[in-house]
Write a protein that binds this ligand. Structure first.
Ligand code: COA
Length: 222
């Protein structure tokens, strides 16, 4: 059973052994499988300018291996939307300490779909909401492909487009803002059969003290 860990600057040393495989996995998934050629690197590791000390990673780990992940970058730092696709946001640029930008969500091919429990992709999304609520975040920006929209909305994410979709490398892509709150978290959990908080806060004990309100915990546990 995979465990979802939050990895930040403060506890990264505990997970350093996973990062090289993680970047190689990103290269396999995004460059080789999804054919996002612009991300190709001769060393076979997909690392970009947003993989800085400020990035927060969710790692779903099983048998000492990352099998799914998501990245969150503070919007007070450069992000995909602010620096690569600013035209996807037709409103005011978003640079706020309470808003992070999500990217690089993936699950290894053999663990996609359902395997007798909640889909790992849904678990990662529940985990990032849980993380956001715990830290007092109010929302996430995302540059995403349009096929995500009905899927996210079906699972309780309230998604607000920030501009018009644009065809980029054959994909319809748009910028969105997603509200991060208990309602979205609980709906996400209910719709996917997630019955308990999903994050393991190993090495971030001080953050884990800022816990989810007990009412939410009780409701999810019911
Ligand atoms: N275009 C259109 N639809 C897609 C898609 C794509 N590139 N990738 C997945 N989907 C759809 C599938 O067709 C499937 O639809 P269905 O349920 O109606 O059959 C559904 O999403 C589920 O996808 P699947 O891959 O089977 O399982 P999952 O929900 O466990 O995982 C991802 C979803 C996106 C995490 C997984 O497909 C993945 O890791 N993809 C590679 C990384 C990626 O593209 N990430 C998104 C951009 S950062």
């Amino acid at each position: 059973m995979a465990q979802v860990h939050v990895v930040r600057r403060e506890n990264r040393i505990r997970f350093d052994y996973l990062f090289d495989d993680y970047f190689q996995l990103r290269h396999k998934i995004y460059v080789e499988q999804r054919k996002w050629a612009a991300l190709a690197r001769p060393d076979g590791r997909e690392i970009d300018q947003f993989d800085t000390d400020n990035a927060v990673y969710l790692f779903a780990i099983e048998n000492n291996r990352v099998i799914g992940s998501m990245r969150a970058v503070p919007t007070t730092s450069p992000t995909l939307m602010s620096h690569i696709f600013p035209h996807l946001n037709m409103g005011e640029p978003i640079h706020r300490p309470d808003v992070y930008e999500l990217s690089r969500i993936f699950v290894v091919p053999e663990r996609r779909g359902e395997h007798g429990g909640p889909r790992l992709e849904a678990v990662l999304r529940a985990a990032i909401m849980e993380y956001g609520i715990s830290l007092g975040l109010t929302g996430f920006t995302i540059v995403l492909e349009a096929w995500w929209l009905p899927r996210l909305e079906d699972q309780g994410w309230r998604v607000k487009p920030l501009g018009l979709p644009e065809k980029i490398d054959g994909m319809q892509v748009l910028g969105v803002f997603v509200a991060c709150d208990e309602e979205a978290w609980l709906t996400n959990c209910r719709s996917c059969g997630i019955v308990a908080p999903t994050i393991n806060w190993l090495g971030l004990e001080t953050l884990s003290r800022i816990s989810l309100p007990s009412i939410a915990r009780q409701e999810v546990a019911q």
